[in-house]
Design a protein around this ligand. Structure first.
Ligand code: IPE
Ligand code: IPE
Ligand code: MG
Length: 256
């Protein structure tokens, strides 16, 4: 039996059932945080934490796809993460490329459609091509829409949308009075997808860190102490049950 680095350290957790389909979020987002601390706690290099994190990611994508979630966004690399030491950035880039190579067949087979959120021009040509071909190859898939945020920043996304709108207005193609929320939503990487219903951040920190700022406007937030490599199907089901029990009022006095 092949033992992965994560399974060696994984604790047994109590199983809880997934809520019924009508109680599930249409769009779930994850800030996959805590890889470095997971590794440090075990005396391993940070890169081992990132590698273990990809195993958790595989389990969570599979589960979201199996239970019928329609949209899933994952924060893999932020515009701010370029400020990390070069060796960590290089290790992350290698891991991301390896991840795409090893997972694309299963994702294609599982009918998953991949969208990259973020500027692709920041990546070396070969890696950029890999990312474009993952989107191309899965573009007709009708199952889980998987958004992978890479070189992504919520502010950068909104700024480029504002520039586009300003350009169109200056050219007379867009009447400023006719600008609606949809005018903005339609110019974001998540165009055509519903806003985030549930945002889960692992790792214990309670902040958004520039992720999907526009799309999370009314999202339910869950902050998990669990480090991402320890995040599991069981934890996800527990979080989905918490979400199912929340009352979403959207400013009203009772739930919609
Ligand atoms: C999240 O884990 C992964 C990325 C940001 C790529 P971290 O690397 O931020 O892990 P911690 O927060 O230092 O533990
Ligand atoms: C957020 O984690 C980015 C990703 C998970 C990719 P960070 O670890 O970079 O966030 P901060 O810096 O602690 O807010
Ligand atoms: Mg972190």
């Amino acid at each position: 039996m092949k033992l992965s680095i994560r399974s060696i350290f994984k604790k047994r957790e109590t199983f809880s059932e997934c809520p019924p389909a009508d109680k599930l979020p249409a769009h779930i987002a994850f800030i996959m945080d805590g890889n470095g601390r997971w590794a440090k706690k075990r005396g391993l290099p940070r890169s081992a934490g990132h590698a273990a994190g990809t195993e958790a990611l595989r389990e969570i994508i599979r589960t979201c796809s199996d239970i019928g979630i329609k949209h899933m966004s994952i924060y893999a690399f932020s515009t701010e993460n370029w400020n990390r030491p070069k060796d960590e950035v290089d290790a992350l880039m290698k891991l991301i490329t390896r991840y795409f190579k090893s997972e694309i067949d299963e994702l294609t087979e599982k009918n998953v459609r991949i969208t990259i959120l973020g500027g692709l021009d920041a990546f070396p040509p070969e890696q950029k091509q890999e990312l474009i071909s993952a989107m191309e190859r899965t573009k007709n898939n009708t199952g889980l829409k998987l958004n992978i945020a890479l070189n992504y920043g919520g502010r950068a996304e909104i700024l480029s949308c504002v520039k586009e709108i300003a350009r169109e207005s200056a050219q007379g193609a867009l009447d400023p009075e006719a600008i609606t929320y949809d005018t903005i939503s339609d110019r974001l990487y998540t165009k055509g997808q519903p806003d985030v219903d549930l945002l889960i951040r692992t790792g214990g920190d309670e902040r958004i860190s520039n992720f999907l700022l526009w799309q999370t406007w009314y999202a339910e937030l869950i902050f998990e102490k669990t480090y991402w490599p320890d995040y599991s199907k069981e934890r996800l089901f527990a979080d989905l049950n918490v979400y199912a029990g929340r009352e979403r009022r959207f400013g009203r006095t009772d739930a919609k």
